[in-house]
Design a protein around this ligand. Sequence first.
Ligand SMILES: Cc1cc2nc3c(=O)[nH]c(=O)nc-3n(C[C@H](O)[C@H](O)[C@H](O)COP(=O)(O)OP(=O)(O)OC[C@H]3O[C@@H](n4cnc5c(N)ncnc54)[C@H](O)[C@@H]3O)c2cc1C
Length: 344
Amino acid sequence: MSRFTRIKGPRPLYICAAAGVGVAVYRLLKPESFNASLHPHDFAPYILVDKQSVSSTNAIFTLHDGFGVPEPDSIKEARKRGVWSVQAKQPQLQIARAYTPLPSKPDEVDDEDGHSLRFLIRKETGGEMSTYLHRLPAGSTIELRGPTVEYELPQDVKEVVFLAGGTGIAPAMQVAEALSRSPGSKMHLLWANRRREECEGGFGDEAALDASGQQPSWWKGLLGLRQHSDQSQHLGTRKTGSKGLIVRELEALKERSQAASGGLNIEYYVDEERSFIKPGDVVKRIRTEPSEGQGSRLILISGPDGFVDYWAGKKLWVEGREVQGPLGGVLAKIDLKNWQVVKL
Ligand SMILES: Cc1cc2nc3c(=O)[nH]c(=O)nc-3n(C[C@H](O)[C@H](O)[C@H](O)COP(=O)(O)OP(=O)(O)OC[C@H]3O[C@@H](n4cnc5c(N)ncnc54)[C@H](O)[C@@H]3O)c2cc1C
């Protein structure tokens, strides 16, 4: 199972309490010692304060703590550690699903007490939780628990190549946020979407070089990059157009990274424009010079099952736990040298 399939085994939560329990009841029932509302085991109320449409299927949900308390230390800690999630509960069906909080809002980065949790949520056709969430009006209560750290970045992380498909961009943004606190680290983000509407105005760094004519292009044919390059010229004409919400946030993350670490490099790929991530795009980014120093080098993959399987092979279930499974897919055919692959 990837991040984008139904939670199996013990993960769906069957809740005995009646639906519709609101913040007021929590206030009455909460023990004196219960001063941080997000809790790893018990659900706590959050208020949906804003829902901004990104595309015909995706929206950014902004939630505030139902008690109005500052962000708990557990979230501050998770933001530094790597990829993390929280679970949301559907009260009528008594099920829970995991979602990946986006990095702090650009205007809340320096706010120690910032208490927004934001999620990029895709409305799945026939999906129980996601259609429920997309139907909720502003002001609704959504119960959350967590955080759960899904993957902790090694302390000595030096370089990351992140292959993201669709809403797999959320964990990629978490990694970019964590690395922006890690001087000397560097990240290459390759983000693939089916449709342009998910990344309107997204204009890759490589395409920028192409457009300015400074990047020699002979090697692109060798690496299978020509198609993306041609596409990039096309995207270049859109540079002045409006930018989607996620694209704008990626650009803000990029600025933060450039100021604090070795930088964040982003490329956009759009199926409907016949622009796809190629093996050569990965090969090019994992060529490290010995002079670039010691430290962990990671290829992280996040997205729909088919995307993860294609690049790195299936994850497996062993004794009720999901494990990495052997390296398969395209990456198994590439000489990865000292790069480690992690399927998210
Ligand atoms: C760690 C983690 C983090 C995640 N983060 C995010 C995130 O940030 N954003 C995000 O959008 N998602 C995220 N997900 C995925 C999310 O948890 C849900 O799986 C997703 O929202 C779909 O849930 P659902 O209840 O709407 O769909 P489900 O009801 O579980 O259905 C999923 C799909 O299966 C189909 N389906 C359901 N039942 C059947 C059936 N009987 N036969 C055939 N098809 C069926 C549905 O039509 C739908 O397309 C994450 C998952 C994990 C594990």
